[in-house]
Design a protein. Structure first.
Length: 566
């Protein structure tokens, strides 16, 4: 039979557990999961993996998945975050139907259960300071020490707890603690805190509550009240599992969910901590939670990532029991694989250099055929205007070319994509010696890349007609950090010192096909030889703005190929 360490072929260990439970008739064969984010920031790619896992399990086993907000920490939570999380889950392609819950929905029940624990001698009110609580807790090698408050009578504990709720004491004066075992080898079982006094307004309950439950207490009860069968958590909660079970074992809850832990996603060249992401946003290092340099779902969406690519990434990474670092190249590979099949091909000149075709009739405009996507014959073709003056990339010309430079240079020919062969005859410079224009001639018999004499050129350049192009702003995004993993660096620095100065380059005055001025966010394009792009939400027909989602070079595909060849 499959188990945690040796799942059946084709199953990860979580699916092996679920299938074994179904076979055994556990939970009546039901599968009910949940995604429980805290609304204290925007979701990132790690949360996306958890969303795909929890909703995916429910889908594949004909079960249910709840969306539940862990809103027990009012000082750091906001309705903005609630709205953004719901938008992200929907964008990723998942739906919680009528199963939207908040931990705050259960505040009354959580309080009743706390009194139940007190009456059963399982909880007590403690007046130790936070520093004293830490001191009394002990260490990994030394047992903790019982609080002097541990033997208070049930009546005194109930009275103090009710007075805490009534607001008779200042913040920090008392906490409610579980009475478990101060000698436990697991520090999480050494009388953990269940409730603390906190005079902060809650985004849903206002000022009704002056005490708030801790996450480790709230989480198992919320799971049980919702009928969750498999509570999927990240690995840092593994040591918390005994307390999860203790809470459920000592309360009259309707069911006892099973907590299962998996390794969280670690992605190189970026930041995966909500605290650090918040710091970047609040201190202005980025433009907001949806800055395309961030690994937030909102940032990836704005950058031009598709939900299909993120779901494919989550599936490829899979679930494991051991922490590991995932290469950003894999995420980029998943996006290329998705967009290559459906992104429309367009021509855009990011650093334009004017070309005047001197033997092309002035005033003449003809149309050439261009495919919209060679990977999708059903995408059809489009007409591109061709005229005497065009734009090409500055990098496609060298006045003094190096060896094996197959682009344009004095006296040399290139092929214009979908159009003609041109030869450079003259270089025009300004007073400072900068190249501002090329004067070329074209071969009228070479339309479509074919010539009567059968000659071929090695270089092909993209282009746009000068009279028919739209001006655009293009934002070239790269990795957020300059090193793969700041924690692995020998020199200890604040993570912000590793922010890459090359993470964003803004190009103005780019020349693009005129049709691109009407592009909308969520439409994907491959700019020939430049990468995959998407219109930014700031884009307008009068001022089109495009974000580069990913370059064309696929590092991960090369890594996979080299591994196969070994």
């Amino acid at each position: 039979m499959a188990n945690d360490e040796n799942p059946a072929p084709g199953l990860n260990f979580i699916r092996a557990i679920i299938e074994a439970d179904i076979q055994a008739g556990k939970n009546g064969g039901r599968v009910h999961t949940r995604f429980p984010p805290e609304p204290n920031g925007y979701l990132h790619i790690g949360h996306a993996k958890s969303i795909c896992l929890n909703f995916g399990l429910a889908r594949d086993y004909q079960g249910l998945c709840n969306l539940r907000f862990d809103d027990t920490n009012p000082g750091k939570e906001d309705v903005e975050y609630v709205d953004s999380i719901m938008a992200d889950v929907r964008w990723l392609g998942f739906d919680w139907a009528d199963r939207l819950y908040y931990a705050s929905d259960y505040f009354d029940k959580l309080y009743e259960f706390a009194e139940h624990l007190i009456r059963g001698g399982k909880a007590y009110v403690c007046d130790l300071t936070p520093d004293q609580v830490r001191q009394y807790r002990g260490t990994l090698t030394e047992c903790g020490i019982n609080s002097p408050c541990r033997e208070r009578s049930i009546e005194d504990n109930l009275g103090l707890f009710r007075r805490m709720r009534a607001g008779e004491f200042p913040d920090g004066a008392y906490v409610l603690r579980a009475k478990i075992d101060m000698a436990s080898p697991n520090l999480n079982m050494r009388d953990p805190v269940l409730y603390r006094i906190r005079r902060e307004s809650h985004h849903r309950t206002g000022d009704r509550w002056l005490i708030y439950p801790m996450y480790d207490y709230t989480h198992p009860i919320s799971d049980a009240l919702e009928g969750i069968t498999h509570s999927i958590c990240t690995l840092e909660f593994e040591d918390h599992r005994p307390f999860y079970d203790w809470v459920l074992d000592n309360l009259p809850v309707p069911c006892h969910p099973q907590q299962i832990e998996f390794a969280r996603l670690n992605l190189n060249y970026t930041v995966m901590s909500k605290r650090k992401l918040l710091e970047l946003v609040e201190k202005g290092h980025v433009r907001g939670w949806d800055d395309p340099r961030l690994p937030t779902v909102a940032g990836l969406r704005r950058r031009g990532y598709s939900p299909e690519a993120i779901r494919a990434f989550a599936e490829t990474v899979g679930v494991a029991k051991r922490e590991s670092m995932v290469d950003m190249a894999l995420l980029e590979h998943c996006l290329r694989e998705d967009l290559n099949r459906r992104a429309l091909r367009r021509m855009a000149v990011l650093r334009p250099l004017k070309v005047v075709i001197t033997n092309y009739p002035a005033g003449k405009v003809e149309e050439v055929d261009a495919e919209n996507n060679p990977e999708d014959p059903g995408a059809g073709t489009r007409k591109l205007p061709f005229a005497r003056e065009i734009w090409i990339e500055q990098d496609d010309f060298r006045e003094d070319p190096p060896r094996k430079f197959f682009r344009l240079s004095p006296g040399k020919e290139i092929r214009l994509k979908h159009a003609y062969y041109i030869r450079c005859d003259e270089v025009v410079k300004d007073g400072s010696g900068n190249i501002v224009e090329l004067r070329c001639t074209y071969d009228p018999e070479s339309r479509g890349g074919w010539t009567k004499d059968g000659r071929k050129v090695l270089g092909t350049s993209h282009w746009v007609s000068a009279a028919h192009a739209a001006d655009a702003e293009v934002r070239l995004y790269d990795k957020l950090l300059s090193v793969p993993d700041p924690a692995a660096e020998k020199e200890e620095k604040d993570f912000k010192e590793y922010l890459s100065p090359n993470s964003l380059e803004i190009l103005k005055g780019c020349k693009v096909e005129r049709s691109l001025a009407a592009a909308k966010p969520g439409e994907y394009f491959q700019f020939l030889r430049q990468g995959y792009f998407s219109a930014d939400p700031d884009s307008t027909p009068e001022r089109p703005v495009f974000n580069r989602s990913v370059t064309l070079r696929d590092t991960w595909a090369k890594i996979e190929k080299s591994q196969r060849e070994k």
